[in-house]
Design a protein around this ligand. Structure first.
Ligand code: NIG
Ligand code: FE
Length: 418
């Protein structure tokens, strides 16, 4: 039994496991001052005031050993959740930065064979063990920043054996690393060189060869597509996501990132779990997402790193679209594992309030990866993933910005960062 007491503040995020928080609900964090938490067998068994928790321990500990931890001066939140990453890849692309500073556009670099295609070359060459080693470093960093669960996409193989290789790495790391991984198949991330000028044929192999193989090996829960001018059209994206649905893969979509393109509308039409990016989403797209209950996964770090205007989070929240946040960790448009810095950017560049930001990285992020029944809030019965921040209250997390305030991280009731 673990007894944590005297937390300056606990943001429990309770009461939203059935449905993501939308509108004003995103402001409600279920705060407890001078809070106490009890963990048994990796699960929260009591959450309340320090005094109530002390009584619970006295009544229930029996002969058990009790580990006591003071969280004085610390703010406690659920383990942070990143619902959108591309972490399994080989190499890096720091040389693109100078090109972009000189005015090259993200899509120009891709069309010239760089960008995603460069990383695909490196990832195809890399053995599975090499990919494992590179990805572990990224997961270790996520954990240092308080992130205890990440979604992880394929999409740097762009042919069957290498897409499977990436997803097998996700599966192996999920079993061996403290961070939990939720796998997404994203074979339609770019048209590979061998299909240049023949995107429809590539879409066919994604649908006919890759999706069935991924589903048969049970290597993914979600299917994602880069629906964008220069990547995959709305019709191609619909065909791919619908095929995924037939094989039990739930749809997600990279939508309206670089131009307004109808990705959000498609997400609503298909009942996608989330539509991600949305820098150029139309007003109609926002409305349709709200009606269909599609979660907006916003990636302000990508806008920052591509020197673009971030998404209009305020319009989406006002329309009742549930918002989640993510790093988009990838080698080209957002090479960072610092979800807390992304939270700072969400606050300071998209004007999300500190409360909305926290809801977006915990319970709403859990919904965006289908895990809200087990993680995303500090509630009795949920998996004991939590972060103690060196902060007197949750507001402070967006105030003392761009530094790592993580003090202690618990994963399934075990201390993994101290
Ligand atoms: O979410 N937009 C497409 N995919 C990634 C970037 C991948 C890359 O540049 O390697 C994104 O921004
Ligand atoms: Fe992405």
């Amino acid at each position: 039994m673990i007894y944590i007491h005297s937390a300056a503040q606990i943001a429990t995020l309770r009461g939203a496991s059935a449905k993501p928080k939308a509108g004003k609900e995103m402001e409600e964090l279920g705060l407890i001052e001078d809070g106490g938490i009890v963990i048994e067998d990796g699960i929260f068994t009591f959450v309340g005031s320090s005094e109530e928790a002390r009584r619970y321990v006295a009544e229930h500990s029996g002969n058990q050993e009790v580990t006591v931890l003071s969280a004085e001066g610390r703010t406690v939140t659920p383990g942070l959740i990143d619902p959108h990453t591309h972490i399994v890849f080989s190499g890096s692309r720091e040389f693109e930065l100078n090109l972009r500073l000189q005015g090259a556009k993200y899509m120009d670099i891709l069309n010239a064979g760089g960008g995603i295609l460069y990383t695909t070359e490196r990832t195809r060459e890399a053995a599975e063990e090499q990919l494992m080693a590179e990805t572990v470093k990224r997961l270790d960093r996520f954990l240092e920043y308080g992130v205890t669960t990440v979604e992880a996409k394929s999409g740097y193989g762009l042919r069957l054996e290498d897409e499977l290789k990436q997803l097998r790495v996700v599966r192996r790391l999920n079993a061996s690393h403290p961070v939990d991984l939720v796998p997404t198949f994203m074979g339609a991330h770019a048209v590979p060189v061998e299909y240049k000028g023949n995107a429809d044929a590539f879409v066919r192999t994604v649908i006919e060869d890759m999706i069935p193989a991924v589903a048969r090996e049970e290597l993914a829960e979600f299917c994602d597509v880069f629906c964008e001018e220069g990547a995959f059209t709305v019709n191609q994206s619909r065909d791919i996501l619908a095929a995924g649905q037939k094989w039990g893969l739930k749809p997600k979509i990279h939508a309206d990132e670089l131009v307004s393109y109808g990705g959000a509308e498609l997400a609503a039409e298909l009942g996608a779990v989330s539509a991600d990016h949305l820098l150029h989403v139309s007003e109609a797209g926002i409305q349709r997402m709200a009606e269909a209950g599609v979660i907006a996964v916003l990636l302000p770090g990508t806008a920052f790193f591509l020197m673009a205007q971030p998404a209009n989070a305020r319009a989406m929240i006002a329309a009742g679209v549930p918002v989640a946040l993510s790093t988009d960790r990838n080698p080209g448009s957002s090479p960072t594992e610092s979800l807390p810095f992304i939270m700072n950017l969400a606050c300071l560049t998209m004007r999300m309030t500190p409360a909305e930001v926290l809801a977006a990285c915990t319970i709403n992020a859990a919904h965006a990866i289908g895990r809200a029944a087990t993680i995303g809030s500090i509630e009795v019965g949920k998996q004991a993933d939590l972060v103690l921040f060196d902060a007197p209250n949750y507001l402070y997390l967006q105030y003392h910005y761009a530094v790592n305030l993580v003090d202690t991280v618990f994963k399934k009731g075990e201390v993994v960062i101290q």
